[in-house]
Design a protein around this ligand. Structure first.
Ligand SMILES: Cc1cc2nc3c(=O)[nH]c(=O)nc-3n(C[C@H](O)[C@H](O)[C@H](O)COP(=O)(O)OP(=O)(O)OC[C@H]3O[C@@H](n4cnc5c(N)ncnc54)[C@H](O)[C@@H]3O)c2cc1C
Length: 95
């Protein structure tokens, strides 16, 4: 089993996480994907913030493209409130 650790669970991070799972399925590799996010937010549209400020979007939750629960249902081990403080690539350790 390969373990892939993604740091940051917004647009780029979660795209990478799900792409890794999709690729593993196609290539029949056994992969565990863990995503570590320091905040309590995932996959929200920063691009939509101006519309929220302008009152064209009602609620912050309307900016969320995919919730943490949805990511987990799709197979990503998403851990919120988790700050990465170091990456040791030689030892393959994320702190
Ligand atoms: C107001 C606004 C309007 C925008 N409008 C547009 C637009 O119209 N079109 C467009 O293409 N783009 C737009 N963007 C830009 C777009 O939103 C960003 O390009 C996109 O959010 C980048 O996503 P990302 O995942 O690369 O980075 P980020 O959104 O910065 O995500 C990085 C994630 O990593 C987490 N993280 C960072 N360090 C750590 C750590 N050490 N440990 C754990 N987690 C960590 C952060 O908390 C964050 O959740 C806009 C942005 C803003 C702010």
């Amino acid at each position: 089993m390969e373990r892939i650790v993604v740091v940051g669970a917004d647009a780029a991070g979660m795209s990478a996480a799900h792409q890794a799972l999709r690729t593993a399925e196609v290539t029949a590799r056994s992969v565990e994907v863990i995503a570590l996010e320091q905040t309590s937010d995932t996959s929200y549209s920063a691009c939509g913030i101006p519309y929220l400020v302008a009152g064209l979007v009602d609620s912050e939750t309307d900016l969320v493209a995919r919730s943490a629960a949805q990511h987990r249902e799709l197979g990503v081990d998403l851990r919120m409130g988790t700050t990465v403080t170091g990456i040791d690539r030689d030892r393959k350790v994320v702190s």
